[in-house]
Design a protein around this ligand. Structure first.
Ligand code: DGT
Length: 243
Protein backbone atom coordinates (compact mmCIF):
# COMPACT_ATOMS: atom_id res chain seq x y z
CA UNK A 1 0.00 0.00 0.00
CA UNK A 2 0.88 3.64 -0.26
CA UNK A 3 1.46 6.22 2.43
CA UNK A 4 -0.84 9.17 2.85
CA UNK A 5 0.47 12.61 2.01
CA UNK A 6 0.40 15.77 4.05
CA UNK A 7 -1.39 18.63 2.28
CA UNK A 8 -0.91 22.28 3.22
CA UNK A 9 -2.86 25.24 1.85
CA UNK A 10 -1.19 28.55 2.67
CA UNK A 11 -3.06 31.81 1.89
CA UNK A 12 -4.52 30.27 -1.28
CA UNK A 13 -6.82 32.35 -3.46
CA UNK A 14 -8.26 31.34 -6.80
CA UNK A 15 -10.37 32.84 -9.60
CA UNK A 16 -11.47 31.12 -12.81
CA UNK A 17 -9.86 32.78 -15.81
CA UNK A 18 -12.19 34.78 -18.02
CA UNK A 19 -14.90 34.81 -15.37
CA UNK A 20 -15.95 38.00 -13.59
CA UNK A 21 -12.58 37.90 -11.89
CA UNK A 22 -14.14 37.53 -8.46
CA UNK A 23 -12.16 34.96 -6.52
CA UNK A 24 -14.10 31.76 -5.80
CA UNK A 25 -11.55 30.92 -3.08
CA UNK A 26 -10.22 33.55 -0.69
CA UNK A 27 -7.24 33.15 1.59
CA UNK A 28 -7.60 29.41 2.26
CA UNK A 29 -5.40 28.00 5.03
CA UNK A 30 -5.45 24.46 6.39
CA UNK A 31 -3.29 21.42 6.96
CA UNK A 32 -4.29 17.85 6.35
CA UNK A 33 -1.94 15.38 8.05
CA UNK A 34 -0.94 12.08 6.42
CA UNK A 35 -3.70 9.55 6.90
CA UNK A 36 -6.27 12.04 8.13
CA UNK A 37 -9.83 12.17 6.86
CA UNK A 38 -11.02 15.72 6.34
CA UNK A 39 -14.67 16.49 5.67
CA UNK A 40 -15.58 19.54 3.57
CA UNK A 41 -19.05 20.98 3.87
CA UNK A 42 -20.77 24.17 2.74
CA UNK A 43 -23.66 25.44 0.66
CA UNK A 44 -23.77 25.00 -3.11
CA UNK A 45 -21.31 27.30 -4.88
CA UNK A 46 -19.24 27.87 -1.74
CA UNK A 47 -16.08 26.59 -3.48
CA UNK A 48 -15.68 22.99 -2.28
CA UNK A 49 -15.06 21.41 -5.71
CA UNK A 50 -12.83 24.30 -6.77
CA UNK A 51 -10.73 23.83 -3.63
CA UNK A 52 -9.99 20.15 -4.23
CA UNK A 53 -9.43 20.65 -7.98
CA UNK A 54 -6.34 22.72 -7.13
CA UNK A 55 -4.59 19.78 -5.44
CA UNK A 56 -3.88 17.76 -8.64
CA UNK A 57 -3.35 21.12 -10.42
CA UNK A 58 -6.42 20.94 -12.64
CA UNK A 59 -6.14 24.71 -12.12
CA UNK A 60 -3.32 26.83 -10.71
CA UNK A 61 -3.79 29.09 -7.70
CA UNK A 62 -4.04 32.86 -8.22
CA UNK A 63 -2.13 33.45 -4.98
CA UNK A 64 -0.64 31.42 -2.17
CA UNK A 65 0.98 28.00 -2.00
CA UNK A 66 -0.18 24.40 -1.86
CA UNK A 67 2.31 21.85 -0.58
CA UNK A 68 2.21 18.08 -0.80
CA UNK A 69 4.58 16.54 1.74
CA UNK A 70 6.19 19.92 2.16
CA UNK A 71 6.89 20.51 -1.55
CA UNK A 72 5.21 23.33 -3.51
CA UNK A 73 3.04 21.48 -6.05
CA UNK A 74 4.12 24.02 -8.68
CA UNK A 75 7.55 22.36 -8.47
CA UNK A 76 6.31 18.77 -8.75
CA UNK A 77 6.00 16.76 -11.95
CA UNK A 78 2.25 17.04 -12.75
CA UNK A 79 2.06 13.44 -13.97
CA UNK A 80 3.57 12.13 -10.73
CA UNK A 81 1.35 14.40 -8.66
CA UNK A 82 -1.79 13.19 -10.46
CA UNK A 83 -0.70 9.59 -10.05
CA UNK A 84 -0.76 10.05 -6.25
CA UNK A 85 -4.22 11.60 -6.15
CA UNK A 86 -7.58 10.08 -7.08
CA UNK A 87 -10.63 12.32 -7.34
CA UNK A 88 -14.05 10.75 -7.59
CA UNK A 89 -16.11 13.47 -9.29
CA UNK A 90 -19.71 14.45 -8.55
CA UNK A 91 -20.85 12.99 -11.86
CA UNK A 92 -19.35 9.58 -12.57
CA UNK A 93 -17.63 9.25 -15.90
CA UNK A 94 -18.00 5.74 -17.27
CA UNK A 95 -17.24 4.77 -20.87
CA UNK A 96 -18.55 2.16 -23.31
CA UNK A 97 -16.70 -0.99 -22.36
CA UNK A 98 -16.87 -3.75 -19.79
CA UNK A 99 -17.13 -3.09 -16.07
CA UNK A 100 -13.64 -4.57 -15.69
CA UNK A 101 -12.21 -2.15 -18.29
CA UNK A 102 -13.94 0.77 -16.62
CA UNK A 103 -12.53 -0.15 -13.22
CA UNK A 104 -9.01 -0.68 -14.59
CA UNK A 105 -8.96 2.81 -16.14
CA UNK A 106 -6.14 4.73 -14.46
CA UNK A 107 -4.19 1.64 -13.39
CA UNK A 108 -3.53 -0.58 -16.40
CA UNK A 109 -1.54 -3.02 -14.29
CA UNK A 110 -4.34 -3.91 -11.89
CA UNK A 111 -5.20 -7.61 -11.75
CA UNK A 112 -8.80 -8.83 -11.79
CA UNK A 113 -8.25 -9.83 -8.18
CA UNK A 114 -7.33 -6.28 -7.18
CA UNK A 115 -10.27 -4.95 -9.16
CA UNK A 116 -12.66 -7.28 -7.32
CA UNK A 117 -11.18 -6.26 -3.97
CA UNK A 118 -11.77 -2.59 -4.77
CA UNK A 119 -15.31 -3.34 -5.96
CA UNK A 120 -16.01 -5.17 -2.69
CA UNK A 121 -14.85 -2.15 -0.66
CA UNK A 122 -17.03 0.13 -2.76
CA UNK A 123 -20.08 -2.13 -2.23
CA UNK A 124 -20.20 -2.83 -5.97
CA UNK A 125 -19.15 -6.50 -6.15
CA UNK A 126 -22.65 -7.68 -5.25
CA UNK A 127 -24.54 -5.97 -8.04
CA UNK A 128 -21.73 -6.64 -10.55
CA UNK A 129 -21.84 -10.39 -9.93
CA UNK A 130 -25.63 -10.33 -10.13
CA UNK A 131 -25.28 -9.55 -13.87
CA UNK A 132 -25.02 -12.78 -15.93
CA UNK A 133 -21.72 -11.61 -17.41
CA UNK A 134 -20.34 -10.22 -14.14
CA UNK A 135 -17.23 -8.12 -14.62
CA UNK A 136 -17.51 -8.67 -18.40
CA UNK A 137 -20.85 -6.83 -18.48
CA UNK A 138 -20.87 -4.05 -21.09
CA UNK A 139 -21.62 -0.49 -20.02
CA UNK A 140 -22.70 2.32 -22.29
CA UNK A 141 -25.17 2.68 -25.12
CA UNK A 142 -25.44 -1.02 -25.88
CA UNK A 143 -24.86 -2.11 -22.32
CA UNK A 144 -26.78 -2.36 -19.07
CA UNK A 145 -28.49 0.58 -17.48
CA UNK A 146 -27.03 1.42 -14.10
CA UNK A 147 -28.67 3.46 -11.37
CA UNK A 148 -27.01 6.66 -10.15
CA UNK A 149 -25.92 4.91 -6.98
CA UNK A 150 -24.41 1.98 -8.91
CA UNK A 151 -22.43 4.40 -11.07
CA UNK A 152 -21.17 6.17 -7.96
CA UNK A 153 -20.01 2.87 -6.49
CA UNK A 154 -18.14 1.98 -9.70
CA UNK A 155 -16.43 5.39 -9.66
CA UNK A 156 -15.33 4.87 -6.07
CA UNK A 157 -14.07 1.37 -6.92
CA UNK A 158 -12.12 2.75 -9.87
CA UNK A 159 -10.39 5.27 -7.59
CA UNK A 160 -9.49 2.51 -5.10
CA UNK A 161 -8.00 0.35 -7.89
CA UNK A 162 -5.46 3.14 -8.39
CA UNK A 163 -4.24 2.81 -4.77
CA UNK A 164 -3.83 6.56 -4.34
CA UNK A 165 -1.99 8.36 -1.52
CA UNK A 166 -4.75 10.96 -1.48
CA UNK A 167 -8.37 10.01 -2.08
CA UNK A 168 -10.83 12.82 -2.78
CA UNK A 169 -14.54 12.02 -2.84
CA UNK A 170 -16.45 14.98 -4.28
CA UNK A 171 -19.99 14.55 -3.05
CA UNK A 172 -20.14 11.15 -4.72
CA UNK A 173 -22.22 9.30 -2.15
CA UNK A 174 -25.32 11.48 -2.53
CA UNK A 175 -27.23 8.77 -4.42
CA UNK A 176 -26.41 6.08 -1.87
CA UNK A 177 -28.55 5.10 1.08
CA UNK A 178 -26.91 5.73 4.44
CA UNK A 179 -26.26 2.01 5.12
CA UNK A 180 -24.31 1.61 1.87
CA UNK A 181 -22.47 4.85 2.55
CA UNK A 182 -21.56 3.72 6.06
CA UNK A 183 -20.37 0.32 4.80
CA UNK A 184 -18.11 1.97 2.21
CA UNK A 185 -16.68 4.32 4.82
CA UNK A 186 -15.98 1.34 7.12
CA UNK A 187 -14.06 -0.50 4.37
CA UNK A 188 -12.20 2.68 3.50
CA UNK A 189 -11.03 2.94 7.09
CA UNK A 190 -9.23 -0.42 6.83
CA UNK A 191 -8.01 -0.04 3.23
CA UNK A 192 -7.31 3.60 3.56
CA UNK A 193 -5.65 3.58 6.94
CA UNK A 194 -2.69 5.70 5.94
CA UNK A 195 -4.44 7.21 2.94
CA UNK A 196 -5.24 10.89 3.20
CA UNK A 197 -8.90 11.38 2.50
CA UNK A 198 -10.86 14.51 1.58
CA UNK A 199 -14.59 14.04 1.69
CA UNK A 200 -16.92 16.67 0.23
CA UNK A 201 -20.51 16.21 1.37
CA UNK A 202 -23.93 17.81 1.53
CA UNK A 203 -25.06 15.92 4.62
CA UNK A 204 -23.44 16.50 8.00
CA UNK A 205 -23.88 12.77 8.74
CA UNK A 206 -21.44 12.02 5.88
CA UNK A 207 -18.60 13.94 7.54
CA UNK A 208 -19.46 13.80 11.24
CA UNK A 209 -16.78 11.25 12.12
CA UNK A 210 -13.99 12.87 10.06
CA UNK A 211 -10.81 13.86 11.94
CA UNK A 212 -11.73 17.42 11.17
CA UNK A 213 -14.31 19.23 9.10
CA UNK A 214 -13.77 22.33 6.98
CA UNK A 215 -16.82 24.59 6.67
CA UNK A 216 -16.92 26.69 3.48
CA UNK A 217 -19.05 29.76 2.89
CA UNK A 218 -18.79 32.00 -0.17
CA UNK A 219 -15.19 30.99 -0.98
CA UNK A 220 -13.92 31.24 2.56
CA UNK A 221 -13.26 28.81 5.38
CA UNK A 222 -15.57 29.85 8.21
CA UNK A 223 -14.78 26.96 10.54
CA UNK A 224 -12.40 24.04 11.02
CA UNK A 225 -12.80 21.47 13.75
CA UNK A 226 -14.54 18.35 14.91
CA UNK A 227 -18.31 18.00 14.79
CA UNK A 228 -18.54 18.75 18.52
CA UNK A 229 -16.41 21.91 18.32
CA UNK A 230 -18.21 23.22 15.24
CA UNK A 231 -21.63 22.65 16.80
CA UNK A 232 -20.53 24.98 19.62
CA UNK A 233 -18.59 27.53 17.60
CA UNK A 234 -19.66 27.72 13.93
CA UNK A 235 -22.99 29.33 13.03
CA UNK A 236 -22.85 28.19 9.37
CA UNK A 237 -22.23 24.59 10.47
CA UNK A 238 -25.15 24.65 12.88
CA UNK A 239 -27.37 26.07 10.11
CA UNK A 240 -26.38 23.22 7.76
CA UNK A 241 -26.99 20.75 10.59
CA UNK A 242 -30.49 22.13 11.18
CA UNK A 243 -31.47 22.37 7.50
P1 DGT B 1 -21.61 22.41 -5.23
O1 DGT B 1 -20.85 21.42 -6.02
O2 DGT B 1 -22.83 22.90 -5.92
O3 DGT B 1 -21.91 21.95 -3.83
O4 DGT B 1 -20.68 23.73 -5.09
P2 DGT B 1 -19.18 23.85 -4.61
O5 DGT B 1 -19.16 24.27 -3.18
O6 DGT B 1 -18.41 22.63 -4.96
O7 DGT B 1 -18.67 25.12 -5.43
P3 DGT B 1 -17.78 25.13 -6.77
O8 DGT B 1 -16.35 25.07 -6.39
O9 DGT B 1 -18.28 24.14 -7.74
O10 DGT B 1 -18.13 26.58 -7.33
C1 DGT B 1 -17.65 27.77 -6.71
C2 DGT B 1 -17.89 28.94 -7.65
O11 DGT B 1 -17.09 28.79 -8.81
C3 DGT B 1 -19.33 29.07 -8.13
O12 DGT B 1 -19.62 30.45 -8.18
C4 DGT B 1 -19.29 28.51 -9.54
C5 DGT B 1 -17.89 28.78 -9.99
N1 DGT B 1 -17.33 27.75 -10.90
C6 DGT B 1 -17.25 26.42 -10.64
N2 DGT B 1 -16.67 25.77 -11.66
C7 DGT B 1 -16.36 26.72 -12.59
C8 DGT B 1 -15.72 26.68 -13.87
O13 DGT B 1 -15.30 25.63 -14.37
N3 DGT B 1 -15.59 27.89 -14.53
C9 DGT B 1 -16.02 29.07 -14.00
N4 DGT B 1 -15.83 30.19 -14.68
N5 DGT B 1 -16.62 29.11 -12.80
C10 DGT B 1 -16.79 27.98 -12.11
Amino acid sequence: GRQGCQIDFENVSFAYEGASGDPVLKNINFTCLPGETIGIIGSTGSGKSSLVSLIPRFYDTSAGTIRVDGVDIGKLDPAKLRDQIAIVPQKSILFSGTIEENLRWGNEHATLDEIMQAAKMAEAHGFITSFPEGYETMLGQRGVNLSGGQKQRLSIARALVRKPDVLILDDCTSALDTTTETNIKESLKSFASGVTCLLIAQRITSVMDADKIIVMDDGEIVGIGTHETLMKSCRVYVEIFQS
